[in-house]
Design a protein around this ligand. Structure first.
Ligand code: ZN
Length: 306
């Protein structure tokens, strides 16, 4: 991707990591270094979008990449391409975020999910650099999984929804889950919202309660073991608000090894898992960097490969 930036000397690319609570907007120079980064609270499209348009106009961007919360229509042949679908954020359901920026900025727009964007950032210049197949998992307010497989971000019928895979509930867990659709998906049982609802306190007030974190590690490890079996990733980047509690990492790694039980024969899992399930190399900028890269790809045109 470095090469792609070098090809584009003088270009100013905007990135937007569109989240349910905040919009992270940034400008990258041709070396991939963030020149500017601002946060705008996510309220309604009518209120939030004009602030972002003003910001990107001020910088005279030549392309914009958007990593957006979902579900979102990513099929370029679809008449509703760029539209946020049945979102829990009701004001945004049915809103076409691509069209809103195209109409105002008249520049190429790249789009993917927020987690696919972060995965792109990490494989291009972060902890998964050089991998053909890698995952970016966020455990925060919700749970999301970006999937980069055989050199491309995965789309399909819609896009992967790894936060909603079904996992086995512990017998001592009486919490009914917080997902409105599934009683035992990973987001419903292991997201930050699930922790707060199950225990009646926010995660940062539960530091001294081992059961909270043992349960959390059990659930996240189940999900990761399944992702490993399905995608065979060469690296798993794990982050999000809940994972700021770094003690979770060794607990999760140990449980992943136990769950796989020697079935996946590779040293990265059997003896070097500390370098396999890792924090993002780009830190909090993984999503925004990925969004900028989506903008670069939009400017390059379809068919360009990183
Ligand atoms: Zn669910």
């Amino acid at each position: 991707m470095k090469q792609a930036y070098e090809d584009m000397s003088g270009k100013i690319i905007g990135g937007l990591e569109a989240g349910g609570t905040k919009m992270v907007c940034g400008i990258s120079d041709t070396a991939g270094v963030m020149q500017s980064r601002i946060l705008i609270p996510t309220t309604t499209p009518e209120e939030t979008i004009p602030h972002m348009i003003d910001y990107f106009k001020k910088w005279k961007i030549e392309a914009l990449g958007i990593g957006c919360f979902g579900p979102i229509d990513l099929n370029k042949k679809s008449p509703t391409y760029g539209t946020i679908m049945r979102s829990p954020k009701k004001e945004w359901s049915g809103f076409n975020i691509v069209r809103a920026f195209e109409d105002a900025l008249h520049v190429p727009i790249g789009l993917d999910t927020d987690v696919n964007g972060a995965a792109l950032g990490e494989v291009t210049m972060g902890a998964a650099k050089g991998c053909d197949t890698a995952l970016y998992i966020t455990i925060g307010t919700g749970v999301g999984v970006g999937v980069y497989c055989n050199g491309a971000l995965v789309h399909g019928l819609v896009h992967p929804e790894g936060g909603h895979i079904l996992i086995q509930k512990r017998t001592d867990d009486t919490f009914e889950g917080c997902c409105s659709r599934h009683p035992n998906c990973v987001e419903g049982l292991a997201s930050g919202v699930a922790i707060a609802k199950r225990w009646g306190k926010k995660a940062d007030q539960l530091a001294d309660q081992p059961l909270v974190w043992e349960m959390e590690a059990d659930y996240v490890a189940q999900a990761i073991a399944n992702y490993i079996l399905m995608y065979s990733p060469q690296k798993i980047v794990l982050w999000g608000g809940v994972m700021h509690r770094k003690e979770l990492f060794p607990m999760i790694r140990e449980r992943v090894q136990k769950l796989l039980n020697g079935y996946v024969c590779h040293s990265q899992i059997e003896t070097d898992i500390d370098h396999y399930i890792v924090t993002p190399g780009l830190g909090e900028n993984a999503g925004l960097t990925g969004a900028v890269l989506l903008g670069v790809l939009a400017l390059k045109g379809d068919g360009y490969v990183i």
